[in-house]
Design a protein around this ligand. Structure first.
Ligand SMILES: [Zn+2]
Ligand SMILES: [Zn+2]
Length: 231
């Protein structure tokens, strides 16, 4: 299942409530996140349904190196030849094939990361992205570093449409939330990064949960404004 959440931005539902996003550019697509091991099939089906070919996915930008975002990355690269980009702070995790013990602040997180189901085929990144960088000049995806959920978590702002793709910085599973602290690397860092998000946003795409249309974006801004600040 896929839908267009903004001009040039297509959401692909890769499993249940997990989403990846295809962003149009002059040279093809930039894919934001991959998903679990089965996600490449859904992603390639969507590319075919759009009348395009796998190699039209030119690059993949990962919001962070958690298994539900990267487990399918090695297979997707085999099918597409896409370049894989990630923030430097999460790169060692992507290349190790699992989240290290210090990557979660709580026992629940450290427990799940020991399970083989939460590991993935290690992926050598083709490059890294940094705060403020525009990933694909024609596609216009600006990187905003939002550490806390993981050290290298990023949000992507699609400048042509003002769509905000928040990864796991905010979840929309029933209600807006930051997600379980035990699964975050440093939960207290999360609010400060989110205060740096742009204020003029047309729609919000979440890795988990339904997108917010423009009529509901004010709820998102109120949620951000209500977050406790740690200093
Ligand atoms: Zn995550
Ligand atoms: Zn996630």
């Amino acid at each position: 299942m896929h839908d267009r959440i903004a001009p040039g931005v297509t959401r692909i539902v890769t499993s249940k409530r997990d989403n990846a996003f295809l962003v149009d550019g002059d040279d093809g697509f930039t894919l934001v996140d991959v998903g679990w091991a089965k996600a490449p099939a859904a992603l390639l089906d969507t590319v075919a349904a759009l009348g395009r070919k796998p190699s039209d996915i030119r690059r993949v930008v990962l919001t962070h190196a958690h298994p539900d975002h990267v487990q399918g990355a090695a297979e997707l690269r085999r099918h597409t030849g896409a370049q894989i980009l990630i923030h430097a702070a999460d790169r060692p995790w992507l290349e190790a094939g699992r989240v290290p013990a210090e990557g979660r602040c709580g026992a629940l997180g450290r427990f799940v990361d020991r399970l083989p189901a939460f590991h993935w085929t290690p992926v050598a990144a083709d490059g890294t992205v940094t705060d403020g960088e525009v990933v694909d000049r024609s596609g216009g995806l600006r990187v905003i570093h939002t550490p806390g959920h993981s050290p290298g978590h990023i949000v992507l702002f699609h400048e042509p449409s003002s769509a905000l793709l928040v990864g796991d910085a905010v979840f929309n599973r029933g209600k807006l939330a930051l997600g379980p602290a035990a699964l975050a690397a440093d939960p207290n860092l999360r609010p400060a990064g989110l205060q740096r998000l742009p204020h003029h946003v047309s729609t919000v795409g979440f890795a988990h949960g339904a997108p917010l249309s423009s009529a509901h974006v004010p709820q998102f801004q109120e949620f951000l404004a209500g977050l406790p600040q740690h200093h």
